[in-house]
Structure formats: C-alpha cells, structure tokens
Design a protein around this ligand. Sequence first.
Ligand SMILES: Cc1cc2nc3c(=O)[nH]c(=O)nc-3n(C[C@H](O)[C@H](O)[C@H](O)COP(=O)(O)OP(=O)(O)OC[C@H]3O[C@@H](n4cnc5c(N)ncnc54)[C@H](O)[C@@H]3O)c2cc1C
Length: 402
Amino acid sequence: MKIAIVGGGPSGLYLAILVKKRQPSWSVSVVEQNVADSTFGFGVVLADSGLARIQAADPQVYEKLIEKMTFTGCQTINVKEQPIDINHPAKGGAIARIDLLHVLQETAVEAGVDVRFSQRISHPRDLGPLGLGDADVVVGADGVNSVVRAAHEEGFGTTRSLLTNHFAWFGTRKVFEKSALVFRTHEGGSFVAHYYPYCATGSTFVTECDHATWLKLGMQAMTDDQRQQLFEQVFAPELDGEKLISNNSNWRQFPVTRNRHWTVGNCVLIGDAQTSAHFSIGSGTRIAMEDSIALAEALTQEAAPGTAEPTALQRLANFALKRGPDKDKLLTASRKSYLWYENIGEWMQRYSPFEFIHAFMTRTGRMSNDRLAHQYPELFAQFEQAGVLNQTAQHEESGHPA
Ligand SMILES: Cc1cc2nc3c(=O)[nH]c(=O)nc-3n(C[C@H](O)[C@H](O)[C@H](O)COP(=O)(O)OP(=O)(O)OC[C@H]3O[C@@H](n4cnc5c(N)ncnc54)[C@H](O)[C@@H]3O)c2cc1C
C-alpha cells in the first residue's frame, strides 16, 4: 500500500507514525509546506481522555509528549472581577505546538516515514511530479484551508460559515501558575482572555471579543499592533507588565467547516481539514489525532479469517462508519460551545459569577449536575450555597439556553 499524506501537522504526522509502525513495508509519505521548525501559535492543551487514547495507540509517542508537557490542576474563572478557582480532576496538560511537532517529526523519521518539508502542493495532482501520483490513498491532513478538500468540494459536500466573534492566538513570556479564563467588561465592550502555561518560559494567551465590541471600540479600523495594545491594556492586571507576543497572530472569525462525506475516491480528510472544532472546547489537536488513530486502525486492520483483504476504498468507508458517531458528539459539543460564546456579552451582564460559571460549565450539554457533583465537589458545594442550581433550573424551565 502506498499512502500520500498532505500536511505535516499533528494529524498527518501522527497518522504516518501509526501506519508505518504497524505496516513497515508500506510506503508512507508526508508532504509539508513549511520547514521543520516553523509553526503558528504557541501551546495547545491535550485533555486527559485524548492523552489516554494516544497512550493506548502508541506508548512511545505518549511518553515523549508527557516529558514536554506542563500540568496545572486548577483553573481560575474570573467574571465581574471575582476570580473563582476550580480544582479539576482531569490530568490533561499543555505543550508547545512546536515541541509536539518535533516529537512527531522525529518519531516519524525514526519509523521510516518519508517526510518532505518545504513542499507545498496546490492540488492533489501536484503529487504526481513528486512520485506520489499512484498512491492508493491520499490523505488531506492539511488544516482549515485544505487544498485536498478544495479540489473535491462538491464530492465532500463542504459547507463553510464564519462565527461573528473575533479572536487571535498570542503568547506571553509570563509563566502563569494556573490556567484561567477572564471575562472582562472594558469601555462597554465584552473581552475574553484564555491563558495557560505550556513550558518553563511562556504561556498561551488567546484573546477574543464579540462583534458588538469590535464595532463599538472601532477595532475594524485599527492596525494589528493597535488591537494588540488594546488587549494588553484590558488584561494589564493579568499580564503584569509583560507584552503579548505575536506569531502569525492574525485576528480572525472562526471558520466552521463541515463535510457531509469524508472520502471522495481514494482521497480522505482528517483533522481540521475535515472539521474545525471550536477552540473553546480546547480539543482541536486531540480530535485531529484521534482521527489519525481511527484512520490508522481502518487502514491497517487485518481481514477476518476466511475473508478477502478489504480494498483501500473499503477501508476508507470503514473509517467513516466507525469514527462518525464519536465525531458527531464532539462536534455537537463544539457547536453548543461556540453558540454560547457568540452571546458572551449577554451572559456577562445577566449572570452572577456562580451562575455564569455554572452556565459555562454546562453549556455543551455534556456536564450534568450529577457529573458536576462527582467531578467538582468543592465547586458544586459553592453552587448549592449560592442557590445557583435552583436558579438555573428556572432558566431551563423558561427555555433559557444556559
Ligand atoms: C486560537 C486557537 C487555539 C487553539 N487551542 C487549542 C488547544 O488548546 N488545544 C487543541 O488541541 N487545539 C487547539 N487549537 C486547534 C488546533 O491548533 C488544531 O485543531 C490542530 O492543529 C489541527 O491539526 P491538523 O493536523 O488537522 O491541522 P494543522 O495543525 O493546521 O496542520 C496542517 C498542516 O498542513 C500543512 N499544509 C497546509 N496546506 C498545505 C499544502 N497545500 N501543502 C503542504 N502542506 C500544507 C500546514 O503547514 C500544517 O503543518 C487551537 C486553534 C486556535 C485557532
């Protein structure tokens, strides 16, 4: 089997490793537009359930990642200038995106994957001159602006829309002790910062505001530097004199991309190329790597005794069938989460801090009060004391979306 993977991000490299380790005789190539040391962003969070799956799929990669990760067992949520600490049971942590890529690049090369850097393709047909035109499977692991997807949009049934909030992904040299979410009203606008330490020298600092704030403060007419300064001013108490650092930190509105079908002929999409999961559920990388696990399993699964070896196309169909239900659940959570954030100004005004935190934690529908009581007993006791659980029940009864 010959596999050509377009994109050497987390999903493409991890898929290449898993396939090559299971089938060393197969030809597995990764075509990446950037050099090995280039990437966007700073640190990413890998939640504990994702880490457990990575550990089960490949203990070697897991061990290497764990060594480079930063773990914090507490998150602060600050709304209406009342910081509330939430001790969480999860064992997830953060890692510099470049460290994650280096681990995956090194492991891929050690496993015998043919990794080609500085090789941008504009269309799957460009694989021909690279000697990959006869690949049995072409994987689009090339992120949100996938050229593999763009080449077959109709076949994939691609839909695209933009959310209204504006965000940019910065870093800072300040190493925070805990991760935090700060929701702040400033000059009548609603601002959000999500920061977390990811190594001994820095933290990720994701900044966001709603569209009303963007217009009200004239941000559409500002330069990127001016926008950065504005956010440094709004979050000066947290930054404590440190600046935000930009690394291709463009201001964007989040693109929601979905595909009705994940395969067209021998082309298949994984990771952000297939579906963009909103960063507020902190799982884009995990979801992308779980796609890789599912596709590697489908591609390398042995035929049942007495049955014919499945063709490459049958294996791709199995991938979609098996991965679909899990992915749907995650994407439903992502959708509920981004819709909640789209109304952030209203929630910040309407709710007391504990009401806000309860609404925030239950926004995707995956966290029931019973689960809250079990996983966050201290916080649950504070909710009870503040009478938040009763008030939320009234909201639900009156059809309120919290
Ligand atoms: C603000 C923000 C915060 C985030 N925070 C988190 C977080 O905390 N935790 C988390 O898990 N995720 C987070 N994410 C999401 C995460 O970055 C993505 O979901 C993840 O990177 C997806 O991996 P991927 O391999 O599918 O795509 P990508 O990481 O985008 O990789 C695609 C690769 O393909 C290459 N490529 C693209 N086009 C071509 C081409 N034409 N030819 C050759 N190569 C090409 C690119 O250079 C890139 O290396 C965040 C995202 C944003 C925007």
